[in-house]
Design a protein around this ligand. Sequence first.
Ligand code: EPU
Length: 333
Amino acid sequence: MSPTFSSPPPPPLATSDWVGEAVRLAGPETLVRRDEPLARHTTLRVGGPADLFIEPAAEEELGRLIAFCHGRGIAFFILGRGSNLLVRDGGFRGVVIRLSHPYFSRVELSGLRIVCGAGARLKAVAVEARRHALAGFEFLEGIPGSVGGALRMNAGAMGGATFDCVESVRVMDYDGVVADWPAARMEVGYRECGALRNRIALGARLAGSAGSRAAIGEKMASFSQKRWGSQPAAPSAGCAFKNPAQIPAGRLIEELGMKGARCGGASVSLEHGNFIVNDGTATARDVLDLIELIRGRAREARGIALELEVQIIGDPASRAVTPTPFEAGDPHE
Ligand code: EPU
């Protein structure tokens, strides 16, 4: 009788098994990088490398890549401007896809509507709207994100939220199938969009109203002044926590006496309690430690469970991390 062997568990997928295949899906115009440090692509300037970093040049190419990853069980993440993102120090095992190729960054005006790609900057949308005397987009002026990121979390500022001006969203499912969905179908809430939890936003059609260029300009200038008077210029990921029902998170953190609280190179901004800023030496671990410190105090002192607004991805570091130093610049550009 021949001996029987129980079959061994399948080995974990080695990076080298799929990277070559994924790279072969890329067209000539596509940017592909191995082990790209994600600290370079987030406004907080922390985070380890992505196995693969890809900027697809067209919708079909993106569709092939997504379907490939989904079908093979390879993690993927769509990166916007990285303005609301905390990448852990160990980096991201899988593919990070950024939609910043001009194909995905377009902003086109048509009557009272704007058709824009997910990779377009919100600021570019606001500026283009002003140029054409189109009102309703002023609040986007200083949000440092992309259209895709803003859709995904229904980003807001100055009393406005992204979906206030969205008519429809061009979405791609994880099999690479594309469709245009009306805003009503997007399951929108405060800082969330249910339909984009398992779909990708490729772009949107936005609707505004006829306005005067001067009035739009004034409104944008006053928003900008308010923002610069109350929010830090140092690298951050924007507001760290969602506002709980009881009290704005910034005020709560101030009342807890935590402005200036520090873990390593990360500290609570002195300008605004809901911002964690990087002094240039922070690691993701520092930021995460500070988040836990704040949450613990809020829970103990006030019984409030602070919910993160910032999205966290990636693996913890398996070894000591050297922070990636950043060059001085404007994180709110
Ligand atoms: N406040 C304090 N101390 C602080 C910060 C704020 O007392 O350190 C008080 C303010 O005086 C105000 C209240 O808290 O009475 C609310 O503060 P603020 O007007 O700055 O607005 P916010 O609720 O903290 C929201 C968005 C911001 C957006 C601003 C401006 C959330 C979580 N945050 O902040 O969005 O820029 O309004 O409209 O909804 C982001 O999403 O990343 C973000 C920063």
